[in-house]
Write a protein that binds this ligand. Structure first.
Ligand code: MCA
Length: 519
């Protein structure tokens, strides 16, 4: 059983149910049967371009139907889908395409100019196709009227000629998602068909997904949260997904009410914006049966704010790109403030001492390790980094600190890794530091996350300049934005003559956080 088998089963059971509906222009609505037909058409188009099982197909597209069709078609062919954040500038993009050895790359027409310069430097890339999602008919023509390389004639709408067997093998990779790390460049996490289906089945059970659910989808679809948990979750359940192309707080509240949505999923920054929306209290969300929060710690004031404003108790859950979802508060029963709830069915957890790696008893704070069918296969072409991320006995080291409560709830309380989470997105300080020190005026720098009401944490760079140089904070921020996605670029720069260091010469970030973040 794979995720796509479950989808195909839903096509059979609910052919006329709306599977997807884009609620802002271009308005698009597809039943399960129509979606299935279009995925097949896209798969045949990909086959005509020479895509074989195991090939990587990179997608750097906005939130659009084309993205979803190409993603599902790629996975259906047993090839590997590689969703990429739209915010990546050419420098970062080139690295992802090069590292993954992508054979095909779909990008936005509007990004043609900045993308074209890197294409000649990518030997594995056979074709880059630019799409304009504001013109959906163009894509329909593309996947219908292309010439088959064999017959040299337009391809008919019959099923895929050679259904690939790899697609249903649980251990084959379905998707690669890049995640940053404490050392070096981002790593491609290989997520298998088995990972996807096991996590979907667990979430289906614990969240009580139903075929008559209506999900309002406001998240980006190039991350685990928006793609696997929300979109795949609904398709796996035979439910309806209403998609908003870009998050807008007022429109979200209106749609939740007007379209009688039953499920909503978001990150704390989004929940916070809903609370801040004008007249938030006037929106009656009582028909929603489930509102989840994840990707970052849910602040207590957002949890209680939601109860006070909307009369709703948010359900906090916890996951990672490498693991999918690990823990969830219960659908029925206490959704405990500050806790991520219980491990999902089939997921094992333990807390270990960060130094000795010995298992700790209930109540003691340690590093969380996870084992289960949800754990990814490894980092693409990085066997050393893969083995370093597992314990000797095969548990995945999350790098998150926390403890197990006596009644089985799990509470997280920090990280052993140097990581910033901003608006639900992970940022590893070394990635930003590596860019900053390339600036000729910078002698040393340290990037930290300062607590922030809007973003959770705000990327802040502490910079010591070379004695003879001068540069403004704005100039340094501009410099970072040229090489890094805007969400990773510092939102604030603090200059210091020298950075505090310990006896080993290592920058003392805890000192800096105390001094700078509280100010
Ligand atoms: C946008 N900006 C950000 C972020 N998003 N800066 C820091 N952190 C961010 N997350 C920048 C923009 O580039 C812009 O910069 C400025 O902030 C204001 O943009 P704005 O229009 O207000 O932002 P937005 O487009 O409304 O986006 C905010 C957002 C978005 C809706 C909260 O960040 C978002 O959708 N976050 C969800 C991310 C997510 O899905 N994470 C899941 C990862 P300027 O104006 O200066 O150019 S998967 C995961 O974490 C695991 C597996 C899990 O458990 O889920």
């Amino acid at each position: 059983m794979s995720f796509l088998n479950a989808f195909t089963e839903n096509v059979r059971k609910f052919p006329d149910t709306i599977a997807l509906e884009f609620i802002d222009p271009p308005l698009q609505r597809l039943t399960y049967k129509e979606l299935d037909e279009q995925v097949n058409r896209a798969a045949k188009y990909l086959q005509s371009l020479g895509i074989q099982p195991g090939d990587r197909v990179a997608l750097q597209l906005s939130k659009c139907l084309e993205f979803i069709l190409l993603h599902l078609a790629t996975v259906r062919l047993g090839a590997i889908s590689l969703p990429l954040n739209l915010a990546y500038p050419p420098d970062e993009l080139k690295y992802f395409l090069e590292d993954s050895g992508a054979k095909l790359f779909f990008a936005l027409d509007s990004a043609k100019e900045k993308t074209q310069s890197i294409l000649p430097e990518l030997p594995n890339l056979q074709k880059c196709i630019f799409l304009d999602p504001t013109q959906p008919k163009e894509f329909q023509l593309l996947i219908t009227n292309y010439k088959s390389p064999i017959s040299n004639s337009p391809v008919s709408n019959s099923p895929i000629s050679n259904p690939p067997c790899e697609a249903s093998s649980p251990s084959s990779t379905a998707v690669i998602i890049y995640t940053s790390g404490t050392t070096g460049r981002p790593k491609g996490a290989e997520i298998t068909h088995g990972n996807l289906i096991s996590n979907l089945q667990s979430l289906h059970e614990v969240w009580g997904w139903q075929a008559d659910d209506i999900l309002l989808h406001v998240l980006p679809i190039f991350h685990v949260h928006g793609l696997f948990v929300a979109l795949h979750g609904a398709l796996h359940a035979g439910a309806t997904t209403l998609l908003m192309r870009e998050f807008d707080a007022q429109k979200t509240l209106q749609t939740l009410v007007e379209r009688r949505c039953t499920v909503f999923m978001a990150v704390p920054t989004i929940h916070n914006r809903l609370l801040d929306a004008p007249n938030a209290k006037n929106f009656d969300l009582s028909h929603l049966r489930l509102i989840t929060s994840g990707s970052d710690r849910l602040p207590d004031e957002v949890f209680t704010g939601f109860q006070q404003t909307f009369g709703h108790t948010l359900l906090e859950r916890y996951g990672m790109t490498e693991t999918g979802m690990n823990c969830s508060n219960p659908l029925h029963g206490e959704r405990r403030i500050g806790s991520v709830g219980h491990p999902l069915p089939g997921v094992e957890v333990r807390f270990v001492d960060s130094e000795s790696r010995a298992s700790l008893p209930t109540g003691e704070i340690g590093e969380l390790e996870i084992r289960g069918p949800n754990i990814f296969k490894g980092y693409w072409n990085q066997p050393d980094k893969t083995s370093a991320s597992f314990s000797a006995d095969g548990w995945f080291k999350t790098g998150d600190l926390g403890y197990l409560e006596a009644d089985g709830y799990i509470t997280l309380c920090g990280r052993s890794k140097d990581l910033i989470i901003s608006g639900g997105l992970n940022i590893y300080p070394p990635e930003v530091e590596r860019v900053l020190v390339e600036h000729p005026a910078v002698a040393a720098c340290a990037v930290i996350g300062c607590p922030d009401r809007e973003w959770g944490e705000k990327v802040t760079a502490v910079v010591a300049l070379k004695k003879t140089e001068s540069v403004s904070g704005e100039e340094l921020m501009r410099f970072c934005r040229e090489k890094l996605a805007p969400y990773k670029s510092p939102k604030s720069i603090v200059f210091k003559d020298e950075l505090p260091r310990n006896a080993m010469g290592k920058v003392q970030k805890a000192e800096l956080r105390k001094e700078i973040c509280s100010g």
